[in-house]
Design a protein around this ligand. Structure first.
Ligand code: RAM
Length: 925
């Protein structure tokens, strides 16, 4: 190879990721990871023709001596989710890798920078410690719901590190919630760890690199432990496991490696000490936290979590701990998605005094806690109450909180400024009522900060348009995600519920996959669904299951739809493989509920459909048999497609045939030949399901289209759908050629509509279209003001208004096809796709449509110039046309037109990676 050739190597690949999108994780969960990278956005790289991955036990061995795996040169354009096929990896192993690629002209790149990952403790056998908790002196207190109250515990031990330290890892988890400290320093910045899983099957563990926190000589480890989801009042049953009295417990293992190669391990065991006499007096997810500074655990200027602290001086407080063995049937597994963190900080926009209370308005309904920084007088109790709304007299509106008190208190031990943020609770709120501060001081906006907490993923999609109301809707959708992606997907974050409702997740998953890098988040929750699948193959409606043996169509089907959504948006086949057995078992369950091809499975119904005349009006008017049978067919269709992707060809044929049969049964039972509903009441949702899931024959479909439009007419041109119908409205209207009507609905702002809550001041998505109105205030059952399900319209806004949607899984082929409408003068989105940044923006002026498009390397775009606008030709600046020349396809053949002549564009044409400006105008110059 000549020197010239060497120096002309291509720019190295970047953003090396492991499995579902992790960068250099420590304590990683996956010993059979997949590898992903991105090609540089560089003019010399259109696509990848080959790649090579090398993996080694140390960076020095790379790239020439990979002792774990060498993929060798592989002819492939794949850059994502390449399975590791090297030597078996084990707990704690530190692994390094590099990758290079060849472009479409077979020119190779430089090697990437080395990336790494370090595995966590992969098996229960890796743990030598025991679960510990305070030795209880009497029966626990009980709250008014008869749920035991677990006063937070402080657990500590000391140890000596007598040699110089090479590295140290803290492996740690809890049955409950924990924070940990070494020598007084907080370990990590995560909140609400270890998170929420089916605790009777699996508890996630965290790993922290604590090398820098360990001192030579005496050290102390401290753990604060609260009840959390595991042991606290949570869910309608008040308790996750009603049969058994559970108490919070902690498990930790500190592993120190000395420079001389020897090791020291410190574990939770009977030698630890514990107290419940610390400042955290109460921590409850629903009810809030109480911190009493009179209980601060300090001696001779040392805190309880520092080595100098002397428990003897405070011996009355400190007791021995009780330990218990690690169960073999409760798996301890490294957390497989991102932890929750303090993600965003909001300053109040206003404050209002009502008597001795101040109401702060954060201007945004949010989820998390507040940090206070305000003056107090010794002995006073600061009281913080949280609500999503205020009443007309300015007081907090708390009626929609159910039994969740959402209240924090701080008791001051001395006068002065208090700086405090709760540890083990979260609230859903926009307004904070504060009382008990030092009345001599004038309240200031910066006395409180709203700390927005959610799963620590990157936001990946931004949508914008010329319409402020539509932009507010987009913002509300995004805040619905921030508010309800706190470790698991929840229905709502504020009332005494906050559960992993599957139906809500089913509606919102595709939208969420655009807004945020939620791949790992969903994959982790899918593991919880697998763990919660009943022996009879049913899927509970809530995961982790807090509600008992309830299986319902349209909700439980999330077990099939979400793996598919994640695969389709990311291109990761593994999510299908991992869930395939569960999906097939779910079909078996559905089949057990069939009678003559019609599903008798119960369903939640088209939840919260407006104007419903059903006895339990929340369940919507759409026939329940129709819903359940439609979802049976839908699940079959997805399982058949999954089988095809996984190359399970016998299965693919089998499920496809079942799908055909289910379609026929569905149509036969519920529709006549004129497309009328035969059974139950005709509703928008019955037609939306039938058309959206493609369950009708061509003739019946043709007739049914008109009936769907009749339903909209009956509703005065409004939607009349609940959780199941709403996500289908826009895509189905488009499918039947009524894009115009989909747009009309989207831009409507009278009740019920997406923009109605916006017009009433909503800053999040609401559970009900009319939760609050300027005229009437909060409706009787206002419900949650932070419920993401109706945010499912986001998907259509991104796919169609901005015009970015996948044509193949993971956006390897992307369709750029914005709908241009005179409702707007511009719209567009930027999306960080698995291959890099995709942009599609359009700007409409009197005589020109301009499209600005960015396609990342290794992606082909199919461009559809909007047909809504009268399109005569495509022209661009000379340089842009140069780019287009020879690659624009018109009617299947290459475009060779002279730049200035322009061309007729009526068919989709393909573009490779690049940045494009396309101008469409009516003039011929
Ligand atoms: C409500 C939840 C959720 C819905 C179920 C059926 O209580 O808030 O949104 O899925 O019930």
């Amino acid at each position: 190879m000549s020197n010239d050739r060497l120096t002309s190597k291509l720019v190295q690949p970047k953003q090396l990721l492991i499995s579902e999108g992790f960068t250099a994780p420590v304590g990683f969960y996956d010993a059979q990871p997949t590898f992903s990278w991105k090609l540089p956005a560089d003019a010399t790289v259109k696509s990848q023709s080959r790649y090579r991955i090398v993996v080694a036990t140390s960076p020095e061995l790379l790239p020439d001596n990979p002792d774990l795996w060498d993929s060798n040169v592989i002819n492939s354009s794949a850059t994502n989710f390449i399975p590791y096929q090297g030597l078996e990896l084990s707990s704690r192993q530190h692994v390094f890798w590099q990758v290079k690629y060849w472009n479409e002209e077979s020119i190779d790149s430089h090697w990437s920078e080395p990336a790494s990952f370090e595995l966590g403790l992969l098996s229960n056998n890796d743990w030598s410690g025991k679960w510990i908790e305070i030795e209880q002196s009497g029966p626990p207190l009980r709250d008014s719901f008869d749920t035991p109250i677990h006063i937070p515990q402080y657990l500590r031990t000391t140890f000596t590190a007598d040699k110089s330290i090479k590295s140290a890892r803290l492996y740690i988890t809890a049955k409950g919630l924990f924070e940990s400290f070494i020598n007084g320093n907080r370990v990590g910045t995560d909140v609400l760890t270890p998170g929420y899983t089916p605790y009777h099957k699996r508890i996630e563990t965290l790993t922290y690199d604590v090398t820098k926190l360990i001192a030579s000589g005496e050290n102390a480890i401290g753990i604060t432990l609260a009840e959390g989801w595991y042991a606290g009042r949570f869910g309608p049953k008040r308790h996750w496991h009603k049969k058994q009295h559970v108490t919070p417990k902690a498990l930790a293992q500190l592993e120190i490696e000395y420079v001389d190669g020897t090791r020291k391990v410190v574990v939770t065991n009977n030698s630890w000490q514990a107290t419940q006499e610390g400042p955290l007096r109460r921590s409850s997810l629903y009810d809030g936290e109480i911190f009493d500074a009179n209980f601060l655990l300090e001696s001779d200027n040392a805190s309880w979590n520092e080595p100098q602290y002397e428990t003897e001086n405070a011996s009355a407080k400190w007791r021995s701990v009780r330990s218990s063995h690690i169960e073999s049937d409760v798996l301890l597994e490294p957390k497989r998605h991102f932890t929750s963190k303090n993600k965003q900080f909001l300053t109040p926009v206003s404050l209002q005094r009502i008597d001795d209370k101040i109401i702060f308005d954060l201007g945004q309904n949010m989820v998390g806690v507040t940090r206070v920084n305000l003056p107090m007088t010794k002995g006073e109790t600061l009281r913080l109450r949280f609500a999503e709304g205020i009443n007309s007299d300015g007081s907090l509106y708390t009626k929609n909180l159910g039994s969740a008190a959402q209240e924090d208190s701080y008791i001051a031990a001395k006068s002065g400024v208090v700086d405090w943020q709760p540890q083990f609770t979260f609230h859903g709120f926009r307004f904070v009522e504060v009382s008990g501060f030092d009345e001599k001081e004038a309240p200031q906006l910066d006395w409180i900060t709203g700390i927005v907490q959610y799963t620590d993923f990157e936001l990946t999609g931004q949508f914008t348009s010329s319409d402020p109301k539509l932009n507010q809707l987009q913002s509300n959708i995004e805040w619905g995600l921030k508010g309800n992606f706190l470790d698991i997907p929840t229905d709502c974050p504020q009332r005494s519920e906050r559960l992993g409702w599957t139906g809500d997740a089913l509606a919102f998953a595709p939208t969420s996959l655009f807004i945020a890098d939620s791949h790992a988040f969903w994959s982790a929750w899918l593991q919880s669904i697998r763990e919660e699948q009943f022996e009879d193959h049913g899927i509970p409606v809530v995961v982790p299951n807090e509600v008992g043996e309830i299986v319902q169509a349209g909700w439980s089907d999330a077990a099939v739809t979400i793996p598919w959504d994640v695969y389709w948006r990311t291109g990761d086949e593994r999510v299908l493989r991992e869930n395939y057995a569960m999906m097939k078992r779910w079909i078996l369950y559905h089949q057990g509920e069939l009678e003559n091809g019609i599903s008798k499975m119960s369903t939640v119904g088209d939840w919260l459909q407006p104007y419903s005349t059903r006895k339990d009006s929340r369940r919507g008017e759409t026939d329940h048999g129709l819903i359940s049978t439609a979802f049976y067919a839908r699940s079959l269709d997805i399982v058949a497609r999954t089988a095809t992707v996984l190359k399970e060809s016998e299965d693919a044929t089998y499920y496809a045939a079942l799908f055909e049969e289910a379609k026929a049964n569905f149509q036969e039972a519920f529709f006549d030949q004129q497309g009328n509903i035969k059974q139950g009441q005709p509703t928008q949702t019955s037609y939306l399901l039938a058309i959206g899931f493609e369950l009708l024959s061509d003739e019946v479909l043709d007739a049914a289209k008109a009936h769907l439009m009749e339903q909209f007419e009956i509703a005065g041109g409004h939607l009349r759908t609940g959780f199941l119908g709403t996500p289908l409205i826009a895509p189905v209207l488009e499918k039947i050629g009524r894009q115009d009507f989909a747009l009309a609905l989207l831009f409507k702002d009278s009740y019920p509509s997406w923009l109605f809550p916006v017009s009433q001041g909503a800053t999040t998505m609401w559970e009900r279209w009319d939760g609050y109105t300027h005229d009437k205030g909060y409706v009787k059952k206002a419900g949650s003001l932070n419920h993401y399900a109706y945010g499912a319209i986001g998907q259509w806004m991104y796919d169609r208004l901005a015009g970015i949607s996948p044509l193949s899984a993971g956006y390897k082929k992307v369709r750029i096809a914005p709908i241009v409408t005179t409702h707007l003068s511009h719209a567009g989105a930027t999306y960080q796709s698995p291959h890099g940044e995709i942009k599609s923006y359009w700007f409409l002026s009197q005589d020109e449509l301009r499209m600005e498009i960015t396609i990342p390397p290794n992606v082909t775009a199919s461009i559809e110039v909007p047909s809504v606008v009268h399109v005569k030709k495509i022209v661009g600046t000379a340089s842009e046309i140069k780019k287009l020349n020879g690659v624009v396809m018109v009617n299947g053949s290459a475009l060779n037109a002279e730049p200035t002549n322009g061309v007729q564009i009526s068919q989709p044409f393909e573009l490779p990676s690049g940045h494009y400006v396309i101008r469409v105008s009516e003039n011929n110059e």
